[in-house]
Ligand binder design. Structure first.
Ligand SMILES: NC(=O)c1ccc[n+]([C@@H]2O[C@H](COP(=O)([O-])OP(=O)(O)OC[C@H]3O[C@@H](n4cnc5c(N)ncnc54)[C@H](O)[C@@H]3O)[C@@H](O)[C@H]2O)c1
Length: 284
C-alpha cells in the first residue's frame, strides 16, 4: 500500500476542523470541504487562530505554524478531493447523508483511496455498504476536541481489509494519537461504556436527590474522575449526548442506553450545556 500523503476532510465543524488541524500539523497536504466557501474559510480562520495561540504559548514555532496553515486548502467542491489518499468524513450524524457522500466519494476518488468516517454511533458497516469497495472503508473515531484528546478508535467494519485498518492506524499514530483498534459495534469502545454510565449518573441526580455540583464532586473525589459527569455532559452538549444515547438504545435495546427523561426535556428546552450558555450549570 502506498504511503498516505494527502488527506481530505469533509465537514469542517467541531470535529472536522480539529481533524484538519491535526493533519496539517503532522505535515499532510490537507483539503477541507464545506457546504460553502464562506464556511470553509471561517473554519480555516479558526484553525489558523488555534495554531497562532500555540505559538503564543511557546508550543509551536511561528515558521511551523505558517507551514501548517499553508498546507490547508478549503473548497466547496467535492471533486477537489479526488486526488486524496485518505478522506475523513465528519458531516452530520445521520446515515442517509453519509451514505450519499460515500457513494459520491467512490465515484470521485482513486480506487485505492481510503474512506474513513468519524461517526460516533452509526454503523461503519452500513456506511460502507453505500460503496462497492467496502474493504477500503474504515472508522476513525476522534474525540472532542480532536486536537487535544489523545485517543482515536480505528474501527474495522465487517468488510474492511486489514491493510486499510493498518493504514488508518498509521495515520492516527502520525497525528500523535493513541490508537485503539476495535470492531464495528454500537458505540465502539469508549461510548459503549461512557454513555450508559453518564445516563446512570443523570438518573442518580433524582434518585439520590443530589445537586449537579454534589454529584460532580462525588465522582471526582470518590471515583477519581478528572471531570464530573454533569460538567462533562454540558461540555459534550446535551443534544449530542441525547442523540448518541438514542442511537445506542435503538441498536442495543438496553434500558441504560436510553436518555433519561430529564435530559431529553433539557434538550427540548434548548438547555444544551456550554454551547447555549445553560445546561446543568450556567455559563456567562
Ligand atoms: N461533537 C462531538 O463530540 C463528536 C465526537 C466524535 C465524533 N463526532 C462525529 O463527528 C461528525 C461531525 O460532528 P460535529 O460535532 O463536528 O458536527 P458539526 O455540526 O459541528 O459539523 C458538521 C459540519 O459538516 C458540514 N457539512 C454537512 N454536510 C456536509 C457535506 N455534505 N459536505 C461538507 N460539509 C458538510 C456542516 O456545514 C458542518 O460545518 C458526526 O458524525 C459526529 O457524530 C462528534
Amino acid at each position: 500500500m502506498s504511503e498516505i500523503r494527502s488527506i481530505g476532510v469533509i465537514g469542517l465543524g467541531a470535529m472536522g476542523a480539529g481533524i484538519a488541524q491535526l493533519a496539517v500539523e503532522a505535515g499532510y497536504d490537507t483539503i477541507g470541504r464545506e457546504v460553502s466557501v464562506d464556511l470553509g474559510e471561517a473554519a480555516a480562520g479558526r484553525i489558523g487562530g488555534f495554531l497562532t495561540r500555540k505559538v503564543e504559548k511557546g508550543k509551536l514555532e511561528q515558521a511551523d505554524r505558517d507551514a501548517a496553515v499553508a498546507r490547508l486548502r478549503v473548497t466547496d467542491d467535492l471533486s477537489d478531493l479526488a486526488g486524496c489518499d485518505l478522506v475523513v468524513e465528519a458531516i452530520v450524524e445521520a446515515l442517509e447523508p453519509k451514505q450519499e457522500l460515500f457513494a459520491e466519494l467512490e465515484r470521485l476518488c482513486r480506487p485505492d483511496a481510503i474512506l474513513a468516517t468519524n461517526t460516533s454511533a452509526l454503523s461503519v458497516t452500513e456506511i460502507a455498504a453505500a460503496t462497492t469497495r467496502p474493504e477500503r472503508v474504515v472508522g476513525m473515531h476522534f474525540f472532542n476536541p480532536a486536537p487535544l484528546m489523545p485517543l482515536v478508535e480505528v474501527v474495522q467494519a465487517e468488510l474492511t481489509s486489514p491493510e486499510t485498518v493498518d493504514a488508518a492506524a498509521a495515520v492516527g499514530e502520525k497525528l500523535g494519537k493513541v490508537v485503539v483498534r476495535c470492531f464495528d459495534t454500537p458505540g465502539f469502545v469508549v461510548n459503549r461504556v461512557l454513555i450508559p454510565l453518564l445516563n446512570d449518573c443523570i438518573r442518580v441526580l433524582d434518585e439520590a436527590r443530589v445537586t449537579p455540583e454534589a454529584l460532580d464532586a462525588a465522582m471526582r473525589n470518590g471515583a477519581g474522575w478528572p471531570m464530573g459527569p454533569c460538567t462533562l455532559v454540558d461540555l459534550v452538549g446535551i443534544d449530542v449526548h441525547v442523540h448518541a444515547s438514542e442511537a445506542l438504545y435503538e441498536k442495543l435495546r438496553e434500558p441504560r442506553m436510553a436518555p433519561p427523561p430529564r435530559i431529553v426535556a433539557m434538550k427540548n428546552a434548548g438547555l444544551l450545556g456550554r454551547k447555549s450558555g445553560r445546561g446543568f450549570y450556567s455559563y456567562d
